[in-house]
Design a protein around this ligand. Structure first.
Ligand code: VAH
Length: 317
């Protein structure tokens, strides 16, 4: 066990839900407070430890929670993702920027540590698409991407100006079997599995030749916790580490899944999310994360699909 006192915001989300359970296994269930907002928590989440509802935009209530639960570390997973963010840019800004600002101000006063995820959505059409560097042009064209650039810069400002311990990684698309994603451009890479296992035809909302950086959930959780356990004084970057597990096209994913479901059918009907996907990189250079805190992914496309098909076949039986 440990003496960490952890709050996970966005604990009912795709990453937050599995991160909460993993942190509870590692640090003790009563040391990890899960906070959700609108989405109802799963039975697993509710039964695995303390669960509260809250809104990261409500600074007073956030301060009260951090005080009452004696929190010293926040994994700030609450966010409006790229596709939802384009349908409601004002809400996206309010949650992603004002929510983080509230936490940073509390962290400045109470000396708490913050993990705040960024995303490959910080890159835009003018960024090199292959082997995208750690330090490069950030001109995102989505409100979500803009809020993540602001988050990286605001977090770094609090590191330099106030010595607050703020860390983050630029998540690629995350694939998982427990909690479906909500409102992301990369959601097709999860939905395809569900349709294949249910024996239904899938209509993919990006083109078959769309290639994006992706990561399997076990690697996502490993990167998150590994960065938070690294020696902060050894980090050159703090809030914006490039990390990646693999890159593949929607067609390559379809073909890998078909090795397990030969009758699986997939058609491609790009919608507004195709335009978002086209502004993001195809492959990522994550050498800084590897050098500064020992990052190394465990899953590639084949290994991920094999594990996902096993888990979903059991879950959806
Ligand atoms: C999204 N899953 O699609 C998120 C992620 C890189 C993509 O940030 O918006």
């Amino acid at each position: 066990m440990s003496d960490y006192r952890i709050l996970v915001t966005g604990a009912t989300g795709q990453i937050g839900s599995e991160l909460t359970v993993t942190l509870r296994e590692k640090y003790g269930k009563d040391n990890v407070i899960a906070m959700g907002h609108r989405r109802k928590p799963s039975k697993t989440l509710e039964e695995s430890g303390p669960y509260i509802t809250g809104d990261v935009r409500d600074r007073e209530n956030l301060e009260k929670i951090i005080r009452e639960y004696d929190i010293d570390t926040v994994y700030h997973m609450a966010a409006i993702l790229s596709a939802t963010g384009e349908n409601n840019p004002q809400l996206c800004w309010d949650v992603n920027v004002n929510g983080l600002y509230n936490l940073l101000e509390i962290a400045r006063e109470k000396r708490i540590r913050i993990f705040c995820p960024s995303s490959i959505a910080v890159f835009g059409p003018s960024t090199p698409k292959e082997n995208t560097p750690q330090d490069t042009i950030l001109t995102p064209t989505t409100m979500y991407g803009i809020t993540k650039v602001v988050g990286e810069l605001l977090g770094e400002y609090y590191v330099q100006k106030y010595g607050v311990d703020v860390r983050g990684v630029r998540y690629p698309g995350i694939i998982s079997s427990e909690t479906p994603p909500g409102g992301g451009t990369t959601d097709y890479a999860v939905e395809m599995f569900y349709y294949a296992v249910k024996g239904e035809k899938y209509t993919c909302f990006v083109r078959e030749d769309t290639v994006l950086p992706m990561m399997y959930m076990p690697d996502c959780l490993k990167a998150t916790i590994q960065l938070m356990e690294a020696d902060f004084s050894r980090l050159k970057h703090h809030t914006n580490f490039n990390v990646s597990g693999m890159s593949f096209s929607a067609k390559e994913l379809e073909e890998e899944i078909r090795k397990y479901r030969p009758d699986f059918e997939c058609e491609y009907k790009p919608d507004f999310r195709q335009k978002i996907a086209e502004t993001w990189p195809r492959t990522i250079d994550d050498s800084c994360a590897r050098q500064e805190w020992g990052w190394k992914p465990d899953y590639d496309l084949e290994k991920m699909v094999e594990d996902m098909m096993k888990r979903l076949s059991k879950k959806l039986r």
